[in-house]
Design a protein around this ligand. Structure first.
Ligand code: NAD
Ligand code: MG
Length: 336
């Protein structure tokens, strides 16, 4: 998208509406004191999204739940070497569930590089992935708090918020991102235990965490949920999971109305097929993984890094009129 200054510059060059453009330049000090415009900087190279990241066929090993990013081949990109911050979240205090890998890790890295202190939650089995994230946050000179534990437990959810608030010295960004996805071909294969675990992780945990977090959140704070294209276009083998993502989309919209008058914004992110440990650890079949994301408009799955800027945007205070929204990044499908 062109910005105002680029537009007005073209207008000047083309002689169209030059009076308006010239007066804009005069009032904004266009040439002399607008370093953000960087007229002399070389153009950033265009990046073709179809060739930016690996395409199928894939051959990553299947893993036991919850899976590790470090064991995936190719390794997902969470923005470790690419995300550049610009102080958009300076001094914010964020808690991110599922912050060890996938979208949560991409958000954690981006938040730290934007100047936030970050607490992450994950399952104890994910300690190796979590350690990498904690090191990356610390490298930015930000506080990094690791709080492992199982979100299916209400008492733990309360403790999680207490420890995050204590460690961070407050809480103004809450990202409910953790999720359980275990595909089952038939509803007849889906046990009550399975169903319960999916509901507890994906629906109950955000409910418990939000209730514990709200008393600590001031006007200007934000809540972000990770929903999915599955909320709108469910796969036949994700009977339980897909309905939790519809519920997530729904709670975002309800809570946005409830908390709007208190100055707290609530939004959601709806990813499409993204290359994360959720898929090889039971989220997808081995067969599906081979061609994973190949049917997107870009011919490949997304990488967690490609969603980082969305989590930042929804948390940043310049997005102050965005609440009750679902922002998508699904490679051409999905209906947020
Ligand atoms: P991921 O495996 O990297 O992250 C999911 C995280 O959930 C795990 O890292 C784990 O820490 C956490 N988790 C699961 N059960 C837990 C429990 N009982 N207690 C504590 N933590 C638990 O995969 P991801 O794809 O980045 O998933 C993040 C979110 O994105 C999930 O909500 C998922 O539903 C959603 N999503 C993923 C995709 C995709 O294609 N990968 C698509 C749409 C939505
Ligand atoms: Mg993980």
């Amino acid at each position: 998208m062109m910005n105002e200054n680029q537009l007005s510059r073209r207008q000047v060059i083309g002689g169209i509406g030059s009076g308006v453009a010239a007066s804009m330049m005069a009032t904004s000090g266009f040439a002399a004191s607008n370093p953000g415009n960087a007229t002399s900087a070389p153009a950033a190279p265009l990046v073709d999204p179809t060739t930016k990241y690996p395409k199928p066929p894939f051959n990553t090993p299947m893993q036991p739940f919850p899976g590790l990013a470090s064991k995936m081949n190719p390794r997902p990109d969470h923005g470790e070497t690419s995300y550049k911050g610009s102080g958009r979240l300076q001094g914010r205090k964020a808690l991110i569930t599922g912050g060890d890998s996938g979208m949560g890790r991409a958000a954690a890295i981006a938040y730290a590089r934007e100047g936030a202190d970050v607490a992450i939650n994950y399952l104890p089995a994910e300690e190796p992935d979590a350690k990498e994230v904690i090191d990356l946050i610390k490298k930015e000179g930000r506080k990094a708090i690791a709080i492992p534990g199982d979100l299916r437990d209400e008492a733990f959810c309360k403790r999680l918020v207490d420890e995050a608030v204590k460690g961070l010295g407050g809480l103004d960004i809450l990202v409910n991102n953790a999720g359980r996805q275990q595909q089952r071909e038939s509803i007849l294969d889906l046990t009550t235990e399975d169903f319960d675990a999916t509901m507890k992780t994906n629906i109950y945990a955000p409910f418990w965490i939000i209730k514990a977090a709200l008393p600590h959140m001031q006007p200007g704070s934000v809540i972000i949920g990770t929903t999915s294209e599955q909320a709108y276009d469910p796969s036949p083998n994700l009977y339980d999971y897909a309905q939790t993502k519809a519920a997530t989309m729904n709670y975002v919209k309800s809570l946005a109305k409830q908390l709007g008058p208190k100055g707290i914004r609530v939004n959601g992110v709806a990813p499409g097929p993204i290359w994360t440990p959720l898929q090889p650890s039971g989220g997808a079949t081995a067969e599906k993984l081979k061609t994973f994301g190949g049917d997107s408009a870009l011919g490949r799955p997304g990488q967690p890094a490609e969603l980082a800027s969305i989590y930042v945007q929804l948390a940043a205070s310049d997005a102050s009129f965005a609440t009750g929204q679902i922002y998508g990044a699904s490679g051409g499908k999905g209906q947020p």
